[in-house]
Design a binder for this molecule. Structure first.
Ligand SMILES: Cc1cc2nc3c(=O)[nH]c(=O)nc-3n(C[C@H](O)[C@H](O)[C@H](O)COP(=O)(O)OP(=O)(O)OC[C@H]3O[C@@H](n4cnc5c(N)ncnc54)[C@H](O)[C@@H]3O)c2cc1C
Length: 414
C-alpha cells in the first residue's frame, strides 16, 4: 500500500488525483482464519490492528454486518479524555489518550487528533468536591488534570455565562491534553492499516451464529456462509447481548439509543470542549464550525439509531442557561447510536464461558476515547490470554462484586 505524504498529495494533484489506490481491499471471506473479529467499529478494528502490529497475528478477518465505522464509531461526538476516578479506568483511558497523540503517524492516516483541552464544569458544591477528588486521584495515577477557578473557565470559554441563575459555574476539571479526533478517520485509518497487513475486512456480512464444539468456539455462521476460526473476538457494542446469546452465554448489558445533534456552521467561537454534567449537555466546535452537542440516552432499552424531537428540546434547554448563544443557533442534523451499558458504567474486556471466545463491550456512552487502548488490551488478551490493562474489566467482576464504579465520571453521555 502506498504511503500518504505531502509528496503523494503533490504528485496526485499534478495528475488530477487519478493514481490513488483504494484505502482497503474488500475480499470475499476465506474458509478459515486464525482469528475472527465480529464488528468493524473502532474497537474491533483496533483489536485487529494491534494483533498484527504487537503480536504478528495477521491471518485475521474483521466481519461487519453494515459498513465499517457505521455503528457508534461513526455516530459519536468524539470527545477524548482520561480524567476518570478509578485506577483501572484511568490506566486504560490514559493509555488510549496517549496512543491518540501519535496515531496519525502510526497509521499513516490523519485522524485529526485535536488536544484542544476539555473542561468538566462544576455547577454545584457537590460537583466541586467530586472534581477536586478526581483531580487528586488523577495526580496519583499520572493523569494530568487540574481543578480550575470559575474565572479561569471564563477565560478559556468567553461565550460561557458563569452567573447562571440556577447553576452558576463554580470551577471546572481541566484536562489540557483532552480533546477530539475525527471519528470516521480513526476507523478508516485502522482499516487501511489492517488491510495493508493482509487482514480481510468483510463488510455487508452479518454473523448469524457462533459454532462451538465441546465448549470451544470453532467458527461463525454468516450471511456469506460458514467461516472457521481458532479464536473469536466479539466487539459489537449495542449488539453484544445478541452475539452473546448466539455464543451461549448472557451478559450484564443493556442497550439503548444515545442521541446527538449539530448546529449550522458558525465562525470559530469555542476552542475547547465543555461538558456540563449538572444540566446534562456538552459541546465542542467542529473544524467545519458546527457546534457538536451531546444529548441524552433514551430512558428505555431499544435498538434504534434514530433521533427524536424531545431530545433536541431537552438538551438545548439544558445548555441555554450556560451558553445563551445556543438559543440563536439553527440545528442541522440529529442522530442516534445503540450504546451498550453495564451497571457500573465500565467496559467488559474479557474471556467468556466459551473457550477461545473473547468479548469487548460495555463502553456505553464513552468508548470512542478508549479505542486505541481497548484494542491494545483486547489484542493482548486474545494473543496471550492475559492483559494487565484488561484484567480488572473481566466479566466475572459482576459475579464477584468487584465493580469499577464510574457512574459519576460517565454521568453525562459523552
Ligand atoms: C451519539 C453518541 C455520542 C457519543 N459520544 C462519545 C464521545 O463524545 N466520546 C466517547 O468517547 N464516546 C462517545 N460515544 C460512545 C462511542 O461511540 C462508543 O463507545 C464506541 O464508538 C463503540 O465502538 P465499538 O467499536 O465498540 O462499536 P461500534 O462502532 O458500534 O461497532 C460495532 C459494529 O458491530 C457491527 N455488528 C453488530 N452486530 C453484528 C453482527 N451480527 N455481525 C457483524 N457485525 C455486527 C455493527 O454494525 C457495528 O459496526 C458516543 C456514542 C453515541 C451513540
Amino acid at each position: 500500500m502506498k504511503r500518504y505524504s505531502v509528496f503523494a498529495v503533490a504528485r496526485e494533484g499534478a495528475r488530477h488525483h487519478t493514481g490513488w489506490e483504494r484505502a482497503w481491499r474488500s475480499p470475499e471471506p476465506k474458509k478459515s482464519y486464525d482469528v475472527i473479529i465480529v464488528g468493524a467499529g473502532g474497537h474491533g478494528l483496533a483489536t485487529a490492528y494491534y494483533l498484527g502490529k504487537n503480536f504478528g497475528i495477521t491471518n485475521v478477518a474483521v466481519i461487519e454486518k453494515g459498513w465499517l465505522g457505521g455503528g457508534n464509531t461513526g455516530r459519536n461526538t468524539t470527545i477524548i479524555r482520561s480524567n476518570y476516578l478509578q485506577d483501572s479506568s484511568a490506566a486504560i483511558y490514559e493509555k488510549a489518550r496517549d496512543l491518540y497523540e501519535t496515531l496519525s503517524q502510526d497509521l499513516n492516516y490523519n485522524v485529526m487528533f485535536s488536544p484542544r483541552g476539555l473542561i468538566m464544569l462544576a455547577q454545584t458544591h457537590h460537583e466541586v468536591r467530586g472534581y477536586q477528588r478526581t483531580a487528586h486521584a488523577n495526580a496519583l495515577q499520572g493523569v494530568k488534570t487540574e481543578f480550575i477557578s470559575r474565572e479561569k473557565v471564563k477565560e478559556l470559554v468567553p461565550i460561557i455565562n458563569i452567573d447562571g441563575p440556577r447553576y452558576p459555574v463554580l470551577g471546572g476539571l481541566w484536562q489540557r491534553r483532552g480533546g477530539t479526533a475525527r471519528h470516521d478517520a480513526v476507523a478508516w485509518g485502522y482499516a487501511r492499516a489492517c488491510s495493508d497487513m493482509g487482514m480481510d475486512i468483510i463488510q455487508k456480512c452479518e454473523v448469524t451464529g457462533v459454532r462451538r464444539i465441546a465448549g470451544r468456539v470453532v467458527g461463525v455462521e454468516t450471511t456469506k456462509g460458514s467461516i472457521d476460526c481458532n479464536k473469536l473476538g466479539i466487539v459489537v457494542a449495542g449488539h453484544s447481548g445478541v452475539l452473546a446469546e448466539q455464543a451461549g452465554f448472557r451478559l450484564p448489558i443493556e442497550s439503548a439509543a444515545l442521541q446527538a445533534l449539530v448546529s449550522e456552521p458558525i465562525k470559530p467561537c469555542m476552542d475547547v470542549v465543555v461538558m456540563a454534567n449538572t444540566v446534562h449537555g456538552y459541546m465542542s466546535q467542529s473544524d467545519k464550525g458546527e457546534m457538536v452537542i451531546g444529548g441524552g440516552t433514551d430512558s428505555f432499552n431499544n435498538y434504534t439509531q434514530r433521533g427524536s424531537f424531545h431530545h433536541i428540546e431537552e438538551t438545548v434547554r439544558a445548555l441555554v442557561e450556560t451558553f445563551p448563544m445556543v438559543s440563536r443557533l439553527k440545528m442541522l442534523r440529529q442522530w442516534g447510536g445503540i450504546v451498550d451499558m453495564t451497571g457500573d458504567r465500565s467496559p467488559i474486556i474479557s474471556k467468556t464461558p466459551l473457550e477461545n471466545c473473547f468479548i469487548n463491550c460495555g463502553w456505553g456512552t464513552g468508548g470512542f476515547k478508549a479505542i486505541p487502548g481497548s484494542g491494545w488490551a483486547m489484542a493482548e488478551l486474545m494473543a496471550k490470554g492475559y492483559s494487565p490493562l484488561a484484567a480488572e474489566f473481566s466479566v466475572d467482576r459482576f459475579k464477584e462484586g468487584r465493580f469499577i464504579d464510574e457512574s459519576v465520571a460517565a454521568g453525562v453521555a459523552h
